[in-house]
Design a protein around this ligand. Structure first.
Ligand code: UTP
Length: 312
């Protein structure tokens, strides 16, 4: 029997099967677009960002997806639900292709929802998943963070299943960018792409940063993180930070829910909650689509040439 106040809750050593997708943030960096539309629903070409995130979870064999939603997030629930009227209209027209695209999101995974009453930070959003997750290890995928493939998440799950504890995804950033992320102090392990995390600092100044390895929006957590989150006071920005709770697990043994490992990621990753990154994502994804690239690439080249030549 588990005691939710126990600081040393042993986790189920079994496989990771659940994904938690926090999508309850205010999205202030993207106002006014995010006044009534969640940033996770902003389209990347013709699919909302959060659908790519759920597709990544499913590709890593996580069929059980819990979304943490909040104010004005109804459209997320509608998107992953059936749309009978629309489906009937497309069926009547015989538009099979669009019908398939509409059904894709509702057939994708078993999606569950819990509301975070007040956006008190990522750590608080993750704590809202406790009842659903129970004593099992779980993955966290930020709903506005797009990662090129599911290989990273699959590798993180593999590391958890081999070593226990928690796993963060780390990406090397420029020194002037460390203050935008949680940063990790690291030590090598026997595996080239895996490090032992020795420290974690949320949004440090370049002088305080333990390294240039920044935490990006994928985590695999031991359920021992829940009692710690409950005790974690608001940190940076007055928010309850997941990084602060994970720091408490750095020095723990596997039987106590620790330690923390990092998987080094060298692929492409986009923070779609940031305007410039959002635009880069749309352009990148569109240029990789055969139905759009042919038309778009010559236009982009011409656009850049005209800009550089100072022509309108
Ligand atoms: P961000 O750090 O991007 O914060 O959250 P934000 O509040 O959504 O956006 P800005 O900074 O105001 O523009 C990272 C992820 O965590 C979720 C967000 O929805 C996003 O997917 N989040 C954040 C929550 O679910 N709840 C929170 O209280 C905070």
């Amino acid at each position: 029997m588990s005691d939710s106040t126990d600081q040393k809750r042993p986790s189920d050593p079994g496989p990771v099967t659940k994904a938690v997708v926090p999508a309850a943030g205010l999205g202030t960096r993207f106002l006014p677009a995010t006044k009534a539309t969640p940033k996770e629903m902003l389209p990347i070409v013709d699919k909302p960002a959060i659908q790519y995130v759920v597709e990544e979870a499913v590709a890593a064999d996580l069929q059980d997806v819990l979304m943490i939603t909040g104010r004005s997030k109804r459209s997320i629930e509608d998107h992953f639900d059936r749309a009978y009227e629309l489906e009937e209209a497309l069926e009547a027209k015989g538009d099979e292709e669009r019908l398939r695209s509409v059904r894709e999101s509702s057939d994708l995974a078993q999606v569950h929802y819990v509301r975070q009453g007040e956006p008190r930070g990522l750590g608080h959003a993750v704590l809202c998943a406790e009842a659903h997750v129970g004593d099992n290890p779980f993955a966290v995928l930020l709903g506005d963070d797009l990662i090129e493939s599911a290989d990273l998440l699959r590798r993180m799950i593999e590391v958890r299943e081999k070593h226990g504890g928690n796993v963060v995804a780390l990406m090397e950033v420029e020194p002037e960018q460390v203050s935008l992320y949680g940063c990790a102090g690291i030590e090598p392990t026997d595996e080239d792409d895996v490090v032992a995390v020795t420290d974690l600092v949320e949004k440090p100044s370049p002088e305080q940063a333990p390294s240039r390895w920044a935490i990006i929006g994928r985590y695999v957590c031991d359920p021992a993180v829940f009692p710690i989150l409950r005790e974690t006071p608001p940190g940076r920005g007055g928010e309850i930070q997941l990084t602060d709770a994970l720091r408490e697990l750095v020095r723990r043994k596997p039987e106590d829910g620790g330690p923390v490992y990092g998987v080094l990621f060298r692929g492409r990753r986009y923070d779609t909650g940031n305007k410039a990154d959002y635009i880069r994502t749309v352009v990148d994804f569109a240029c990789r689509r055969p139905d759009l690239a042919e038309e778009l690439l010559p236009w982009l080249r011409d656009f850049v040439d005209r800009r550089e030549a100072g022509r309108p």
